[in-house]
Design a binder for this molecule. Structure first.
Ligand code: ADP
Ligand code: MG
Length: 749
């Protein structure tokens, strides 16, 4: 008998070699294999008779190979395959498909799936480039008739699951392996979801779900199958979401149970805040500060996410929170994702806070060793009140005298699972390493992605064993309900109002041959006293060729087109000091035009910059374009974003550009981005190679996600008339195992 936890290699027909192939795709156990769901289904219960096919429909046809061959046209080789049922015949064409030459032999049974079309000349029906699967070979089957029959019954005469192939493991291979696993699966599959929760959602048993999701019962709605809405799908999706939410809820509870610092917020502190404000805060800023302040007053640590579109004014809110902590005698750490941003925060902090007498230091990875040591000493001795830095702050151990608040800026690229991963380093670190901010603790993996803990708890020590408050600021516009559910462990504040006096940015699209006109426009703006960004797509800063192109562009602009103006260059490879110098010059207006790569994507704030020209705009993602554009339109003067395209633009690329021209609204852009890229990419779960949800899709399954959060909260709240203590502890045990196994996360709780 197989258990869900049995290594997958013990499934008959798998073995160690294939086991390795599967492991590379995250399939280690029988349970993992059974969670490898079909991406679609074919109705081979009622495969279509060739004679009844209609042009335009998607159809599955099961038939016999009659003949096949390659013929060459002037344009390309075309492979033609004829499939028959009795006397009826259907032609299939595959373009450029020389590789199919020796694939078929007459008499083979084959299943085809594709769109039926009518050939314009002959009026005959055909399917172009169908998906196909060879079901049975007349030559190689002989010896075991019974086995062949059984195999056939998995392939024909039913609704058949279609799996994504992994290397040489075909959909057919998966059908066999999964079927074998199901046939040998232990009958004893306890249900870790409490009975009351099951009842609320009408969930079927795990066993029935596993069977039916792979081998649907005859009569199952085909539409429900294709849209993952059968009872089996719902059970599996809910199951996955429920245990993620359960972990998040538990996390949240534990945070509330920890000792934090109850900051005092009296008139003196209020006055201190008022004193530094350079402008009247917006109503949204006021509301959000209130939410933050209320958290900070509480005796448990704050874990709050502040979400606000680019330019909504998050920085000042962060500074206000910092003052509350500092006025209470605590230190504050403000972390930014790049050095440039850290430097910028440092400059604005000095501008805004230093007059009021606050002591601010900048600590970045690139400081000279001597200076670093000195800064660290200031921090350790408690002289430095506000410490601004990059993640180097976390990567290298920094000792604080009394750290009370950590602000993490611009976490707009975080996927939920990445966040979950990062938690491993936070609340889970042993007591012993609490003395430092970011000491990763024993056994924690080294940072590979240079991101800070989001949730996290840089640990303080010293006299108080209290956890510092954490405020995370992000520009990712996630719809509120979704954000609440995804960031179940964080409280959420939203800045949904732009500071006054902004005129909407005008966005235009143009191609390279219009560049003379564009440069003329740039010159006009500069003459009027404004500043301009010219952004060049060096998306990965290690791309040599892209970087060269950007530098060439800079030479052309600074040496020829704008030889009489002051043009600067900023890219990720410049050393930190130079970067800082360039940025500072631009900030002070000593440079009129800044040619830059995407290093300026986040956070850079120069209100006098009114034009952004983005070269090869088609190469950028939508979210990135929006972030870039957020660098302008920060002052009262009208701003312009000009999207230049070079060469051919794909259809999707064009949709991105159109979206940019049409709207400035981060939420709308995010929605479109989601649509164009799919949730995996959007939430960054894929890019970083972190696991994404196995069966759930947080967009498609948003409602189930809400239900899961709701039910999880009820379970965590403790036993009641519906749910027993035993059920809760069973669910928690299962949750921990799941987090550990599936997401590679250390246990929660
Ligand atoms: P983001 O949310 O993108 O980090 P910033 O905090 O950088 O935005 O703020 C964007 C710009 O708006 C800055 O120049 C800032 O000084 C200005 N700003 C923020 N709040 C206000 C306000 N209430 N009134 C006027 N200007 C503001
Ligand atoms: Mg910002």
């Amino acid at each position: 008998m197989l258990e869900l936890s049995t290594p997958v290699q013990y499934v008959k027909g798998v073995g160690p070699r294939i086991g390795e192939v599967l492991a590379a795709k995250g399939i280690h156990t029988v349970g993992d294999l059974l969670h490898y769901l079909p991406f679609r289904y074919e109705d081979r219960l009622n495969p279509r008779g060739i004679s009844e096919l209609r042009p335009g429909e998607m159809a599955t046809v099961v038939g016999e190979v009659r003949n096949s061959g390659l013929f060459r046209t002037r344009k390309m080789p075309i492979f033609q395959l004829t499939v028959g049922q009795g006397r009826a015949r259907l032609r299939c064409l595959f373009f450029n498909a020389t590789y199919l030459q020796d694939k078929f032999t007459p008499g083979q049974m084959i299943a085809l799936y594709g769109k039926v079309e009518e050939d314009e000349r002959s009026r005959e029906l055909q399917i172009i480039q169908p998906q196909f699967e060879i079901l049975g070979d007349p030559t190689d089957s002989g010896e075991n008739g019974a086995e062949k029959k059984a195999a056939e019954s998995l392939e024909i005469g039913r609704i058949v699951p279609i799996y994504e192939a992994i290397g040489r493991l075909t959909p057919r291979w998966f059908r066999k392996a999964i079927r074998t696993a199901l046939d040998n699966l232990t009958p004893d599959l306890p249900d870790p979801i409490p009975a009351a929760v099951r009842a609320h959602l009408g969930l079927i048993s795990p066993r029935a779900a596993l069977w039916n999701v792979h081998w649907p019962e005859p009569g199952e709605s085909f539409e429900a199958l294709q849209s993952s809405r059968t009872p089996a799908h719902i059970r599996m999706i809910f199951d996955e979401l429920f245990f993620v939410e359960l972990g998040l809820e538990l996390k949240r509870r534990q945070q509330k149970a920890q000792t934090g610092i109850a900051f005092g917020l009296d008139d003196r502190v209020r006055a201190a805040i008022k004193k530094i404000l350079p402008f009247h805060p917006t109503a949204a800023q006021k509301r959000v500060l209130k939410e933050i302040a209320a958290d900070m007053e509480k005796p448990y640590p704050m874990r709050r996410l502040l979400q606000g579109d680019v330019g909504s004014g998050k920085t000042i809110v962060g500074f206000e929170a910092a003052i509350i902590a500092i006025e209470n005698g605590c230190q504050v750490a403000l972390m930014a994702p790049t050095e440039i941003l850290a430097q910028q925060h440092y400059f604005s902090a000095r501008r805004i806070l230093e007059n009021a007498g606050y002591r601010i230091v900048l600590l970045t990875g690139s400081l000279e060793a001597d200076r670093k040591r000195e800064v660290r000493r200031h921090i350790a001795q408690g002289n430095a009140q506000l410490v601004i830095g990059t993640h180097a702050l976390l990567e290298e151990k920094v000792e604080f005298a009394k750290l009370g608040l950590v602000i993490v800026d611009e976490q707009h690229r975080f996927g939920v699972l990445q966040r979950l991963k990062l938690m491993r380093k936070s609340g889970d670190v042993e007591e012993t390493s609490r003395a430092t901010l970011g000491g990763t603790g024993e056994g924690a993996r080294p940072h590979t992605d240079a991101r800070p803990h989001i949730n996290s708890a840089p640990h303080i020590v010293t006299s108080t064993p209290a956890e510092p408050d954490v405020l995370v600021m992000t520009a990712t516009p996630i719809p509120r309900t979704l954000a609440l559910t995804l960031y179940g462990d964080l409280d959420l504040s939203v800045l949904d109002e732009m500071p006054p006096g902004r005129t909407p940015i005008v966005t235009r699209c143009g191609s390279d041959d219009e560049s003379p006109k564009v440069w003329e426009f740039v010159r006009k703006q500069v003459t009027a006293g404004h500043q301009v960004y010219v952004v060049y797509p060096v998306i990965a800063e290690n791309e040599e060729s892209e970087l060269k192109a950007a530098i060439k562009m800079y030479r052309e602009l600074s040496g020829k087109i704008f030889a009489d103006l002051k043009v600067g260059l900023l890219h990720g490879r410049l050393d930190a000091e130079l970067k800082e110098q360039v940025m500072r010059m631009f900030q002070r207006g000593e440079l009129q035009i800044l040619v830059a790569t995407t290093v300026i994507e986040v956070g850079v704030d120069v209100p006098n910059a009114t034009v952004m020209v983005i070269e090869h705009a088609e190469r950028f993602g939508l979210a990135q374009l929006h972030q870039l554009r957020g660098r302008i339109g920060r002052g009262a003067a009208k701003s312009y974003c000009i999207l230049m395209t070079g060469g051919k633009v794909s259809e999707e690329g064009q949709r991105r550009l159109d979206a940019m021209v049409q709207t400035n609204d981060g939420f709308k852009i995010a929605e479109l981005d989601l649509e164009l890229r799919g949730p995996g990419e959007f939430f960054g779960t894929r890019q970083a190679g972190t696991p994404s949800f196995r069966v759930a899709n947080i967009i498609r399954d948003a409602q189930l996600l809400e239900a899961a959060k709701h039910e999880a909260a009820a379970v965590i709240a403790g036993p009641n008339a519906e749910i027993s203590a035993e059920e809760i502890s069973r669910a928690l045990v299962h949750m921990r195992a799941r987090w550990q196994h599936t997401y590679g996360l250390v246990e929660v709780g």
